[in-house]
Design a protein around this ligand. Structure first.
Ligand code: NDP
Ligand code: 8X3
Length: 259
């Protein structure tokens, strides 16, 4: 049987990296994308050394529509029938009140998390429509379900992902295309290092005294979602660590300073 094909954006780290490995483990040919070419090559080698599947790397900045279009245009014929698109590339930049927000950070988040997702989806959806088959999995966030203090623009971008997921599901309904959003809570990846612009000490804080989700936890759910029977579409999945109830309420173990 012909192998299925998955395209994962933001596969150079975190959820995307783990998701690429998970789909390869399940015999998918994988298209991995991101800006960091050396990471793409490293992941390609890991997958090829471990699984008997094919890997295609596409290096581009998802904020740049010409780069996205040219990457999509460069996909060889044998790779064109993409079964699953995982819209994962994204980031938060900064954590500050809206009145003190950095406009440049806002633009990068909007360009990546909303416009980037739209650019790649616009390139891939027509093929799915033509084949009357496909699955789009958008990585949202608990931040797209409830706004939290200082989250403002990041939360807004993830609310947009939520709205786009719902809209895609409606518009793609006649074309037999599944659309899912997966909305994680706190997960330990490079996310906080990016949010705090390389400040490793500050990046540790969200995960202190707390068992966060791992990238593999999310990859499991992404694959589970993609592997349901043809007539089943999981619409919206919120997944948090057991110690987190929502975007606001987390339980952190008290620190024992007596030892
Ligand atoms: P990471 O920082 O580990 O990974 C982010 C990925 O996005 C990288 O592969 C990065 O690749 C890619 N990316 C970022 N900007 C661009 C760009 N301009 N062009 C192309 N690719 C880009 O974070 P996570 O794995 O945690 O995050 C993945 C997704 O999950 C994001 O959408 C995030 O908002 C969401 N999320 C994360 C949570 C968490 O707690 N970690 C919780 C809920 C949602 P490169 O830098 O090589 O371009
Ligand atoms: C990432 C989770 O709570 O840091 O989307 O915004 S949170």
């Amino acid at each position: 049987m012909e192998r299925k094909i998955v395209l994962i954006t933001g596969a150079t780290s975190g959820f995307g990296w783990a998701t690429a490995i998970k789909f390869a483990e399940h015999n998918y040919n994988v298209i991995i994308t991101g800006r960091r070419q050396e990471r793409l090559e490293e992941l390609e080698q890991i997958i090829k050394n471990t699984y008997e599947v094919n890997v295609l790397t596409l290096q581009f900045d998802i904020r740049k529509k010409e780069e996205v279009n040219s990457a999509i245009g460069s996909i060889p014929h044998a790779w064109k029938n993409i079964d699953v698109l995982v819209n994962n590339a994204g980031l938060a930049l900064g954590l500050s009140t809206i009145q003190e927000g950095d406009i440049n950070d806002w633009e990068i988040m909007i360009d990546t998390n909303i416009k980037g997702l739209l650019y790649i989806s616009r390139g891939i959806m027509p093929g799915m429509v033509e084949r009357n088959s496909g699955h789009i999995i958008n990585i949202g966030s608990v931040a797209g379900k409830e706004a939290y203090g200082k989250g403002n623009v990041y939360c807004a971008t993830k609310f947009a992902v939520d709205a786009l997921t719902k809209s895609m599901r409606i518009d793609l309904l006649p074309h037999n295309i599944k659309v899912t959003s997966i909305c994680p809570g706190l997960a330990e990846t490079e996310f906080s290092l990016v949010r705090f612009k390389g400040d490793a000490e500050r990046a540790k804080v969200p995960y202190a005294n707390f068992e966060a989700l791992t990238a593999e936890d999310i990859a499991d759910v992404v694959y589970f979602t993609a592997s349901r029977p043809a007539h089943v579409c999981l619409n919206d999945i919120v997944i948090t660590p057991t110690a987190q109830a929502n975007a606001h309420d987390s339980f952190r173990k008290p620190v024992d300073n007596s030892k």
